[in-house]
Design a protein around this ligand. Structure first.
Ligand code: S3P
Length: 206
């Protein structure tokens, strides 16, 4: 079960979305969203699930890191090495802002660190639905064992992952409307199906 959410945002694993100031449609169901944002740690499966979810809904996929790379013509490690983390975070925030401003239906696979910035969290709290793919830290460590081009995991992947996961957990909790637990027993297809069901989007899904 989900942990207690802060008062301004109710995210739970039942799929119920509750957000002050947002009205549901007349039949009492949630309005159809224009975009779904996936958040979570590196290795949680945001890109894999995002691809499947976008395909299921017939929507575009916007993968944050890929978008940063397309905009700059450089890889994430190249940006990180040449310009530093702060420069990368600015690009990441810009990509998030642009994605949420656009009204094209899409699934946004947000980069793991997007919740570090207070402004990004404010933006995410205003958006719905935000889905947190929550994985036990042990699962994340197994999945990102080799670092896989992620600068923060270069030297000590397990140690860094443990520290970052503890730091960021409250931030994911803060922005999430829906929490979906992921592990190595349930493939991305099943996680995708759960999201479709819990957001009540089966009628849209192909
Ligand atoms: C990061 C996550 C990565 C990438 C960069 C930093 C983070 O994206 O943006 O390596 O700080 O969590 P994914 O979450 O898509 O792996």
């Amino acid at each position: 079960m989900a942990e207690a959410a802060p008062p301004e945002r109710t995210g739970d694993s039942s799929g119920r979305l509750s957000h002050p100031g947002v009205t549901s449609s007349e039949d009492g169901h949630e309005p159809v969203p224009t975009s779904i944002v996936l958040v979570g740690m590196m290795g949680a499966g945001k890109s894999a699930v995002g691809r499947r979810l976008a395909r299921r809904l017939g929507w575009d996929l916007l993968d944050s890191d890929r978008q940063v790379e397309a905009l700059t013509g450089r890889t994430v490690p190249e940006i990180w090495t040449a310009d530093g983390e702060a420069a990368f975070r600015l690009l990441e925030s810009q990509v998030l802002t642009d994605a949420l401003e656009s009204t094209t239906p899409k699934v946004v696979a947000a980069a793991g660190g997007v919740v570090l910035d207070e402004g990004n969290r404010r933006l995410l709290r205003l958006h719905r639905p935000v889905v947190w793919l929550r994985a036990p830290v042990e699962t994340l460590i197994v999945r990102v064992r080799r670092g896989d081009g992620r600068p923060l995991l270069r030297d000590d992947p397990a140690g860094a992952m443990t520290r970052l996961e503890a730091e960021r957990r409250p931030f994911y909790q803060e922005v999430a409307d829906l929490i979906v637990d992921v592990d190595n027993e349930h493939p991305a297809d099943q996680v995708t199906e759960r999201i479709v069901q819990q957001l009540g989007l089966s009628a849209l899904a192909q």
